[in-house]
Design a protein around this ligand. Structure first.
Ligand code: C2E
Ligand code: CA
Ligand code: CA
Ligand code: CA
Length: 278
């Protein structure tokens, strides 16, 4: 009941029910999958819009189910949140992402890794310590790890969010406002939290080049974030026209299917070689 109340506070609804494209899986299945290492991060590049250089990656959770194939996070993240598994899942994704970043480092590839943080973790007082321990295990600098938190979840619980996020920032982690533009918050609220990055929601990016009102919103959000010295990221870049627009508007980083889909960590070096050859 406590969890349900917390979820309601963050505006989350019940997990979607099973259907043709939503396999019927249970919380017990998810727990077993976590224990068996079948929930893994895939990585999507974050690319410098001017130079095309890959600066970092976002870790996106995938459930690699032996019978059902790949299950998308929209199905099992809400399930983990409601069933009390989100803490364990987040630490597992973060752990695997840090291990991957450390492997890339050893091959001379220094990329920042961004991990999505559920609002429920902002209430957990052990989380900041656990996050720091991960760094020590993998000899990573905190600057190489970014936590992405959705705009809506932060403002729904500003008090608790502020404490945890300030402590993460003090440790040196990067903090990113995810899905910016969908949370109806004011910059005055967001500015109370020491964010380092702002990610503009896909709904303002995909197709902005031929939709006047999207373009205006995109440009003003980028202007504001740049003036606040936040790293600007556009998600959901799908066309070359949208990419050019981001160049014109001074967006720092772009992410989307135009560049690459999320991929297993071991595929990234090969993808990078092919991608930078031309
Ligand atoms: P998000 O954090 O906003 O992640 C971006 C989503 O957009 C990802 O979907 C990504 O694959 C997709 N995407 C990337 N580029 C494009 C594009 O050009 N076009 C379109 N149409 N989509 C694009 P994905 O991987 O299915 O993840 C969905 C959501 O699940 C994420 O949204 C995030 O909120 C959540 N999520 C994923 N992994 C985790 C995790 O480890 N922890 C938590 N708490 N949430 C996660
Ligand atoms: Ca994200
Ligand atoms: Ca997002
Ligand atoms: Ca999202």
């Amino acid at each position: 009941a406590q969890l349900a109340a917390a979820l309601q506070r963050f505006g989350r609804s019940a997990p979607p029910r099973a259907s043709a494209d939503r396999p019927a899986v249970t919380l017990a299945d998810l727990k077993a999958a976590l224990d068996a290492g079948q929930v893994k991060p895939y990585f999507q590049p974050k690319v410098d819009v001017r130079t095309g250089v890959v600066k970092g990656v976002e870790a996106l959770a995938r459930w690699l189910h032996p019978q059902l194939g790949t299950i998308a996070p929209d199905l099992f993240i809400p399930m983990a949140e409601q069933g009390g598994l989100i803490h364990e899942l987040t630490l597992s994704i973060a752990e695997q992402s840090c291990a991957q970043a450390a492997r890339w480092n050893r091959h001379g590839l220094r990329l920042s890794v961004a991990v999505n943080l559920s609002p429920l973790l902002l209430d957990a007082d052990t989380f900041v310590g656990e996050a720091s321990t991960l760094l020590e295990h993998h000899a990573l600098a905190a600057e190489q790890v970014v936590w992405e938190i959705t705009e809506s979840s932060v403002v729904a619980n500003l008090g608790a969010a502020l404490g945890t996020l300030a402590r993460l920032r003090l440790k040196g982690f990067g903090l990113s406002i995810d899905d910016y533009g969908t949370g109806f918050s004011s910059m005055q609220q967001l500015a109370r939290i020491p964010f380092t990055e702002l990610k503009i929601d896909r709904s303002f990016v995909s197709g902005a080049s031929d939709r006047h009102h999207l373009r205006v919103i995109l440009q003003s959000a980028l202007d504001m974030a740049n003036r606040l010295n936040l790293v600007t990221v556009a998600e959901g870049v799908e066309t070359i026209e949208d990419w050019r627009l981001l160049q014109d508007f001074g967006c720092a980083l772009g992410q989307g299917y135009l560049i690459a889909r999320p991929m297993p960590g071991d595929d990234l070096p090969t993808w990078l070689r092919q991608h930078t050859q031309h």
